[in-house]
Structures are given as structure tokens and as C-alpha cells.
Ligand binder design. Structure first.
Ligand code: UGA
Length: 435
């Protein structure tokens, strides 16, 4: 089966590459010429562990190719994925579908045989049906079906998530398109991966429902952490106890400075927005959005309080600025709120992150250091913001020697209270009350 992937952003590139390693011939299309030229040489524009090797091997085996020629690619494919960005509109919670409709228009004009159009981009309910009507209008002769196939990939572990998914969701209307999609995901049948076939609308909503629910779990446990701090309980034990209940599950119960990234913040806002448009409310999700925004500010206050109530003229070392480990992505990262808050309060920030190149473009007023110890040299306090592996076994004796004051604020609870305190640090972490 020949597949075209329109859009070589995060989702398109990972999905296209993984499908080619399933044995399909995949043509990845993008209108960014420089990006395509780079990809043809194996230059990967995003940071995703393992992706470079996979692209390289599939390129060499001739199953994966890159082009700017959308029409040529569509004409020879049975399946065409649309995996273009659907960012939030500027100053709005609504998803911007401009890229998607532009791509659909081009694809519509190129269809010359039965083609299954797969909407991979995260889109508000009703969009697949709108795309179907739009393609019909643009090219009344076109023989096609539109299916919805949301992605559930996490940055940093996207390849594993694609190769070993918990489930695949397909919204399809005709038996013919269902069979094509079934064939596409046949390689996962050995793993007995559930492939759930449903309607277009259910498939679209299932993506938002999943992300919003996971975001709710994170906010819930973060609020429980605040309560634990006040009443002397240990939130890490609470997470473990809750997670052992199969009805709850252990994922997304790790406390932290609030969720970030390109998905949870955008998708919770979009869900809230289109629920209102349908005349209903998802007030739980609205509360989550507010709680997560507040959390980031609250974390800045926590740092200031651990520093004795003021960070004026103090040097604060920040370890981890991306929105999570194993990515260079800083979209909606907690650091985007916490660092400016500390700076406003008079702190000078020295930071280290194993993938700081994107962050360095945003924070020109931060002193970037190549390793955690250099960031901590002479610091009044160190804040662990993101749980990169590199920060998990710091040499406390060395840190104590090089820091001005041994204060550690661990927003990801990567250390035990005992080990840090016994090393002579004042240690503040999340939800491990000391009553
Ligand atoms: C998320 C979903 O997990 C994927 O299933 C989905 O496909 C993707 O969005 C998407 O819509 O494209 P991602 O944003 O890459 O994936 O990252 P996650 O690992 O889910 O983390 C999101 C945020 O939640 C991060 O800021 C992370 O630090 C935070 N988080 C996650 C917690 O604070 N606690 C946790 O227990 C888990």
C-alpha cells in the first residue's frame, strides 16, 4: 500500500516513518523546501529519540521518501494522511484549521482514483465531515472517503507509542475505507492492539476526551499535593495507592509544576471552546485550565518562599526548562511562567537543560550553562523544574561546596527528603508534608 503523509511536523514525520517501517511505501510531503531537502539528507528537524535512525534506515531501504510535490504524491497513493498543525487561533481558545483546509484543497484537486483521506491532526468535532463536504465541493468527481484517526503519541516516546499503542481509533463511514484502515494497522495485530472503529464524531471527540482526562488527573494530584503539604501527608504515597486501583491507573499522577506542551493546554482549551459552541459546558475542564495556570504562578511563589521570602539580587539556578524530559519543546512549559516571575522579583537566572536550544531563543536574559554544576556555581538556590535523567544523581557534596547557599527546590520530587536534607540542604519539594 502506498501512503502520502501531508505535513512533516512532529506527528506527520513520526507517523510516516513508523508506517514505512511497517513495510508501507510512504511519501512525506511538506511545502517547506528547506525542510524537505534536509530530510532527504537525513537531517531531522525535531528532537525525538530514535527517529533519526529510523528515518535513515527506511530512506536507505527505499520505503520512505520526501517531496514538496503534493499532487504527484497523492496521485500514486491509496491513503493520504493530513497531519498538519491545528494551533490555537491568536488570543483565542479556538483551533485554527487554516492549514488543514489548505491541504485538503490541494489534495482534493489531485485525487484521480479511490483515495482514503485520513485526518490525523487533532480537530474539533465536526471537522472531518466539513472536510468531506469541502473536498466534494472542490472536486465533485473525486472518489474518496474521509476517516478520522487521532494520534496518541507522547513527545519523547513517540516511536514506542506508535509501535506499541494501547489502542488505535478509527472513525470511518464506509466499509471500503474501514478495510483500508484495517490493512494499514494489520502489523499491530500480532500485539493484539485493539483497533476501535467508530463514527467520525466519536473518533474526533475521543482524542480531546483522552487528553482532557489526563490533564485532569495531573491537576487533581497537584491539588492533592497542596493539601498533603498542609496536613502532613505524602502525595507520592497517595499517587501510588490511587494508581494501584485499576479503575484509576497509575499514569499522569506524578506531581509537578503544572502540565505544559503543545497538546494538553491547547486541547483542553479547544474542548472547552467547542463545548460552549454546542451549548453545553465541560466545567471540570474549565476548572483544570484555571488550576494549571495558577499552579505555575504558585510554583514561582514556592521558590521565593524557600529563599526566605525574597529573591531580589539572588542567583537562582534552574535545572530543566523544556516542558518535559527528552524533548527540546518549550511550548507552554512551566519555565515560561516561572522564570519571568522570578526575574520580576529580582532574581538572576542561570540555567541548564540538555536540550536548551529552543529555550535559548526565547530567554535571552538567562545565563545558559553547559552543565548543572556550572549553573549552580555561586547560586543562592537551585530549582529542579524538569526531571531529565541528568539531574537524577547530582553530587550533593559538590553542589554544597559550589553553591552560595544550599537550598534546593525540587518541583518534580526526584529526590527523597532524607537524602537531600542529610546532605545539609534546605530542601523544598512537592506535597511531602512535614507536620
Ligand atoms: C500528550 C498525550 O500524553 C499523548 O497521548 C497525546 O497524543 C499528545 O499529548 C498529543 O495530543 O499529541 P505530550 O504532550 O507529548 O503527550 O506529553 P505527556 O507526556 O503526556 O506530558 C504532558 C505534560 O504533562 C508535561 O508537561 C508533563 O510534564 C506533564 N505531566 C505528565 C505531569 O505533570 N504529570 C504526569 O504524571 C504526567
Amino acid at each position: 500500500m502506498k501512503v502520502t503523509m501531508v505535513g512533516t511536523g512532529y506527528v506527520g514525520l513520526v507517523t510516516g516513518t513508523c508506517l514505512s517501517s511497517f513495510g508501507f511505501e510512504v511519501i512525506c510531503v511538506d511545502n517547506n523546501k528547506a525542510k524537505i531537502e534536509g530530510l532527504e539528507k537525513g537531517i531531522i528537524p525535531i528532537y525525538e529519540p530514535g527517529l533519526d535512525t529510523l528515518v535513515d534506515s527506511n530512506l536507505k531501504q527505499g520505503r520512505l521518501s520526501f517531496t514538496t510535490d503534493l499532487i504527484g504524491a497523492v496521485k500514486q497513493s491509496e491513503v493520504v494522511f493530513l497531519a498538519v498543525g491545528t494551533p490555537s487561533k491568536q488570543n483565542s481558545e479556538e483551533a485554527d484549521l487554516t492549514f488543514l483546509f489548505n491541504a485538503a484543497e490541494e489534495v482534493a484537486k489531485a485525487i484521480n482514483h479511490y483515495t482514503v483521506i485520513v485526518i490525523k491532526s487533532t480537530v474539533p468535532v465536526g471537522t472531518c465531515r466539513r472536510i468531506k463536504d469541502f473536498i466534494k465541493k472542490t472536486n465533485p468527481q473525486a472518489d474518496f472517503d474521509v476517516t478520522s484517526n487521532p494520534e496518541f503519541l507522547r513527545e519523547g516516546s513517540a516511536i514506542e507509542d506508535f509501535m506499541r499503542p494501547d489502542r488505535v481509533v478509527v472513525g470511518a463511514e464506509s466499509e471500503r475505507s474501514r478495510q483500508v484502515m484495517d490493512g494499514l494497522y494489520k502489523p499491530l495485530s500480532l500485539l493484539e492492539t485493539p483497533v476501535v472503529f467508530t463514527t467520525l464524531e466519536t473518533s474526533e471527540l475521543s482524542k480531546y476526551a483522552s487528553n482532557a482526562f489526563l490533564a485532569t488527573k495531573i491537576c487533581f494530584i497537584n491539588q492533592l499535593a497542596d493539601l498533603s503539604e498542609k496536613c502532613g501527608a505524602n502525595v507520592q504515597h497517595i499517587s501510588k495507592i490511587m494508581g494501584l486501583d485499576h479503575r484509576i491507573g497509575k499514569e499522569c499522577l506524578h506531581v509537578g509544576p503544572g502540565y505544559g506542551g503543545s497538546c494538553f493546554p491547547k486541547d483542553t482549551m479547544a474542548l472547552s471552546f467547542f463545548a460552549k459552541k454546542f451549548g453545553t459546558s465541560v466545567s471540570i475542564v474549565d476548572a483544570v485550565i484555571t488550576a494549571n495556570k495558577d499552579r505555575k504562578l504558585q510554583m514561582a511563589k514556592k521558590v521565593i518562599s524557600a529563599c526566605g521570602g525574597s529573591v531580589k539580587n539572588k542567583k537562582i539556578a534552574i535545572l530543566g526548562v523544556t516542558f518535559k524530559p527528552e524533548t527540546d519543546d518549550i511550548r507552554d512549559a512551566p519555565s515560561l511562567v516561572i522564570i519571568p516571575e522570578l526575574q520580576r522579583a529580582g532574581a538572576s537566572i542561570h540555567a541548564n537543560d540538555p536540550a536548551s536550544h529552543e529555550a535559548e531563543k526565547v530567554f535571552s536574559n538567562v545565563t545558559w550553562r553547559p552543565c548543572p554544576y556550572e549553573a549552580c556555581a555561586g547560586a543562592d538556590a537551585v530549582v529542579i523544574m524538569i526531571e531529565w535523567n541528568q539531574f537524577r544523581s547530582l553530587d550533593f557534596a559538590k553542589l554544597k561546596q559550589i553553591m552560595k547557599t544550599p537550598i534546593m527546590i525540587d518541583l518534580k520530587n526526584i529526590y527523597s527528603v532524607h537524602e537531600v536534607e542529610s546532605a545539609g540542604f534546605f530542601y523544598e519539594s512537592i506535597g511531602r508534608g512535614k507536620v
